[in-house]
Design a protein around this ligand. Structure first.
Ligand code: SF4
Length: 239
């Protein structure tokens, strides 16, 4: 059986190496792939992405939306939470995770001493899929560049993927959450380009799944949240 603890320690050391080598230094790296003036502040650049999202018609999801939902939160966040796509409440309000699942997410954050205002919350697709179906691969492909830019600009210490579509999009995998959760992954660990990213990723179930099947998902989600909390504390301590 995989030794999760050893893997955790290895990843902490990898990340520390990463930070110490200057390969990535939070807040001081400019990423050449980001459109726009690199000297603009993060908030302006995130606003630019949000403006592009609300005008976007790259995929068919633009046809049925009331509001696009670019994401919101602290542009200096250490943690980004990524879900699958907006639901009906989010579509009505243009804000992420504001329905019942969002209320549960807020409680989950509080359980690990995080406030919504501290983190950044977004989704893989920014417009609501009809009947809340899973986003199609082509919809995700069209929308992913927005998420990539949000991650690059915010440059978090850790990403938390909520549910399979978010996890598999960020990790470029096609694996069940049950096999991805409980350990740490890396966002683009093999990019190898100067200024490339090496951001740890934690995967857990979507809060909507916890609401639907609390007995099945509550405990594993709590364990994943504790992993996130402990990892985040360790990284903050050594930085
Ligand atoms: S889901 Fe993404 S790619 Fe599709 S229309 Fe909305 S913002 Fe554009």
């Amino acid at each position: 059986m995989r030794d999760i603890r050893l893997e955790y320690v290895r990843l902490v050391h990898d990340t520390i190496d990463c930070l110490e080598s200057g390969f990535r230094t939070k807040g001081r790296v400019s990423y050449p792939r980001i459109a726009g003036d690199p000297h603009e502040d993060k908030a302006s650049r995130i606003r630019e992405i949000s403006s592009a999202v609300v005008r976007c018609s790259r995929c068919g999801l633009s046809q049925g939306r009331l509001h696009a939902v670019p994401g919101e939160g602290n542009v200096e966040a250490d943690v980004i939470f990524i879900g699958e796509g907006p639901g009906s409440s989010e579509d009505r309000q243009g804000k992420p995770f504001v329905g019942r699942a969002g209320q549960l997410l807020t409680k989950m954050l509080a359980a690990i001493d995080l406030r919504r205002e501290e983190v950044f919350i977004t989704n893989v697709v920014k417009c609501r899929p009809p009947q809340n179906r899973t986003p199609l691969p082509e919809e995700i492909a069209h929308c992913f560049p927005y998420l990539e830019r949000q991650i690059e600009i915010i440059d978090p210490l850790v990403i938390c993927c909520l549910g399979g579509p978010a996890a598999n999009t960020v990790l470029g995998s096609s694996v069940a959450v049950s096999r991805l959760r409980g350990t740490l992954h890396q966002y683009r660990p093999d990019s190898g380009r100067p200024g490339g990213l090496c951001i740890p990723v934690i995967v857990t179930y979507h809060p909507a799944a916890v609401l639907r099947f609390p007995e099945k998902y509550r405990r594993p989600v709590w364990n994943d949240l504790k992993l996130l909390r402990d990892y985040y504390r360790d990284i903050k301590t050594v930085r």
